[in-house]
Design a protein around this ligand. Sequence first.
Ligand code: FO1
Length: 305
Amino acid sequence: MLTGGSGGTKLVQGMADVVGQRNLLVIANVGDNMWFHSLYVCPDLDAAMYALAGLLSEERRWGIEGDSFAFMEMLRKYGWESWFNLGDRDLATHVIRTHLVRQGWRLSEVTDFLRRKLGVESRILPATDDSLETWVSTDAGEMHFQHYLVKHGARPRVLGVEYRGSESAKPAPGVVEAVESAKLVVIAPSNPLVSIGPILSIKEISRALEQTRAEVVAVSPLKDKEAFSGILGKMLRDLGIAPSPTWVAKRYTSFLDLFLVDEGDEKAVGDIESLGVRALSTKISLNTPTERRSLARFILSACGV
Ligand code: FO1
């Protein structure tokens, strides 16, 4: 699965429940990664890892369930930068990752070490071990995506999105091989601009998706023209794009075999099929474990897997 953000981890959980963690490999976005207080934080890798370890906060969809924030309170006492909330337990992940990265470990090696320690059986691969950051140009200036999203509450008007480092970034070891040898590749209902876009900006990964013999299926992150969760609708409108499942499908046509839209967007099926992509409508709701499993089963049966 290719994933990033909260919609992505919900389907990762459903898919893992249905096929078993050992049969699932996750390729996660790294564009959100950020250095904060000298710690290397990788939100999408951690969200996938915590979700599969049963640790992810169900409500926030980031960080650890039931975590405390005493570290943040103390930072605030010192008047130190505190717009990005690192939970006390979550902090351990960033401390270990930073230590290992400073010792010369690749991000993919660190991620593998961490997920094994948490008993996660699925492999979790960062799209790349190289630097690749999502930057947003806005009416309040250019900023790292995490500053746009969290520090500025996604309020500035988005004028453009860029994946810095994507020209030279190489896929992490195992990513291309995983896409090539998979039976099924699922693009999660994640934001195509800031979650899936950075992964696809790595040429070798896009090429592997185009060439793989696996069925490639994407799930629409939009429902009734609004993102299920997150800020996709707002970002698209800022960019002068009318949010629609068809717009999302168009971004993926070069490699897509099947696109799933929500049953409320059934009228988009014809438009997407006219792009040469098979399309189906189904209930896309990922609020409960039952709904997550049910969408995972629908995907598997639609692809004959
Ligand atoms: N999202 C927030 O909206 N506010 C936060 O303070 C915040 C802290 C945070 C800490 C660790 C982490 O792994 C993720 C965190 N996130 C926070 C989520 C993150 O900003 C985004 O949701 C993802 O980058 C989107 O994929």
